[in-house]
Write a protein that binds this ligand. Structure first.
Ligand code: ATP
Ligand code: MN
Length: 468
């Protein structure tokens, strides 16, 4: 075969230098045609679109052509020609074809279009080859870039917080343990407690549930930072919105109070959505046409809206009123209750028809580090609630007063000896500061229109599921 430098299909489709010789390599999506001519739809992952390879069957060995079936990988030299068919400008008239790898039609799982999402999860090693997952994972990439761009442009530093940690101040019981102890022969002391002093780190450790506490340390020195990394939660909630391993973005900003924190969250989400519309046009269009006819409209809609700012107490009043007017919720609603997804979605989808930032939650249902309000009952927490998703962001202004923070930690059973380093920021040069956490996959649910969080991460980890 003649050696010609490979062109990615995304670039081939933009090229109108008809008559040029090109090389493309990719995976066969379909092959159809007649005895004389074959049409191969070829995709190489660089775009949702396939390039059509036109094969004059009289010019090729029949045995070779038989190997070109759905899923096979081929290497093609050919002439760029103006396309006769609709929907594309160019196609390639094959001159030489090499089959890199065959895909036996009897066993290759991705034969037809329209496999269910459940089935595709069982073949997560191959699903990136479908149109849908190609689109989702390209969007996932572009969203990662958008996140770094947003913060970089605003002078935030990308700060790496640890993945293995000994602090579990937030999610008691949600931590995956990390240990090198021999689980078949655990040493215990007189009181029956495991001898963690003999473990790798000399104390009990786990995978991080949030980088926030360390992020705060950095903000109190670098001014504005963000983290973007894997986060682990062993919560046994089998829902379409929870993963055991997900990616979280956590900005933390010195001198920001809750108001600026809310504005940052709103600007951030809108920037990401705008970026998606600009850089992932074809993929979003595809998902809109094939999955979720309301997707584009919803993305545009959110960009135009000013997010509603709503105190929790006011939110409860609206929900109680809905109940009084006959609306049925599965879970009871009253002042002090944590909102369930159905409540969040009622506020967003039915009452306001707009994203809502809910603030000033009862202190009992929020973490010890949130800044206490003057009323003695609520804290400066903020959750950003989105249509179809519910909570997409959780954040707060942090308690900067040492005495108040210390008291609240004690009340909530967080041993100060475990977080002495965190408390030190309040002892030495403390200042108001705020931050939040955005679940990357929840953002992707919104931007792609996918309905299950397992379908926006390449290899989902959920209870009893860790294949691939
Ligand atoms: P939820 O109430 O939905 O379980 P949370 O209150 O536990 O969320 P936070 O601790 O505030 O969540 O975490 C910040 C953000 O991280 C959330 O707003 C959400 O976007 C995301 N997030 C939290 N838990 C998960 C999870 N198990 N899988 C995916 N994303 C998550
Ligand atoms: Mn939350």
């Amino acid at each position: 075969m003649e050696t010609i430098e490979r062109t990615r299909i995304v670039d081939v489709l933009k090229n109108d230098a008809y008559g040029t010789k090109v090389n493309v390599k990719g995976w066969v999506r379909t092959r159809r045609g007649s005895k004389q001519v074959s049409f191969i739809a070829l995709n190489d992952g660089s775009t949702i679109h396939n390039v059509q390879i036109v094969v004059d069957t009289t010019r090729f060995d029949e045995e070779l052509l038989k190997l070109i079936t759905t899923g096979a990988c081929i290497n093609v030299n050919g002439l760029l020609v103006k396309s006769q068919g609709q929907g594309q400008n160019v196609e390639i008239q094959a001159e030489e074809i090499q089959v890199y790898g065959t895909a036996d039609p009897a066993t290759y799982p991705l034969q037809k279009k329209g496999h269910s999402m459940e089935f595709l999860r069982e073949v997560a090693h191959l699903r990136p080859r479908t149109n849908t997952f190609g689109a989702v994972f390209r969007i996932r990439h572009h969203m990662s870039i958008a996140i770094h761009m947003f913060f970089h442009e605003r002078g935030f530093y990308y700060f790496h917080t640890p993945i293995i940690t000994a602090s579990d101040c937030e999610g008691a019981g949600q931590m995956f343990q990390v240990t090198t102890l021999n689980l078949y022969d655990l040493k215990k002391d007189e009181s029956g407690s495991i001898r963690y002093d003999e473990d790798f780190f000399g104390k009990q450790t786990g995978l991080t549930v949030s980088g926030q506490l360390e992020g705060e340390l950095a903000a109190m020195a670098l001014g504005a930072i963000y983290t973007f990394g894997p986060t682990f939660r062993a919560e046994n909630s089998n829902t379409p919105r929870h993963l055991a391993e997900f990616w979280m973005i956590e900005p933390e900003v010195a001198f920001n109070e809750i108001k600026e924190n809310m504005q940052l969250a709103e600007d951030f989400i809108k920037y990401c959505i705008r970026w998606a519309l600009e850089h992932c046009k074809d993929d979003i269009q595809f998902l809109n046409d094939h999955f979720d006819k309301g997707l584009l409209e919803r993305l545009d809609f959110v960009l135009k809206q000013d997010f509603i700012r709503l105190p929790y107490t006011e939110g409860i009043r609206i929900l109680e009123e809905a109940v009084a007017n006959g609306h049925k919720f599965e879970f009871p609603i009253f002042w002090g209750a944590d909102l369930a997804s159905e409540h969040e979605r009622y506020l967003v989808e039915e009452h306001f028809k707009c994203p809502v930032i809910l603030t000033d939650y009862p202190k009992e249902i929020k973490a010890f580090y949130m800044k206490q309000n003057e009323d003695g009952k609520t804290v400066r927490a903020m959750d950003v609630l989105f249509p179809k998703i519910g909570e997409i962001i959780g954040g707060s202004q942090r308690e900067e007063d040492y005495e108040k923070l210390s008291r609240r930690a004690a009340e909530m059973g967080v041993p100060e000896k475990d977080i002495w380093w965190y408390m030190d920021t309040r002892k030495f040069g403390t200042a108001p500061h705020s931050g939040f956490g955005l679940g990357f996959e929840r953002l992707l649910l919104f931007v792609t229109g996918m309905t299950n969080i397992r379908d926006v991460i390449p290899f989902p980890r959920t209870p009893k599921s860790v294949e691939f």
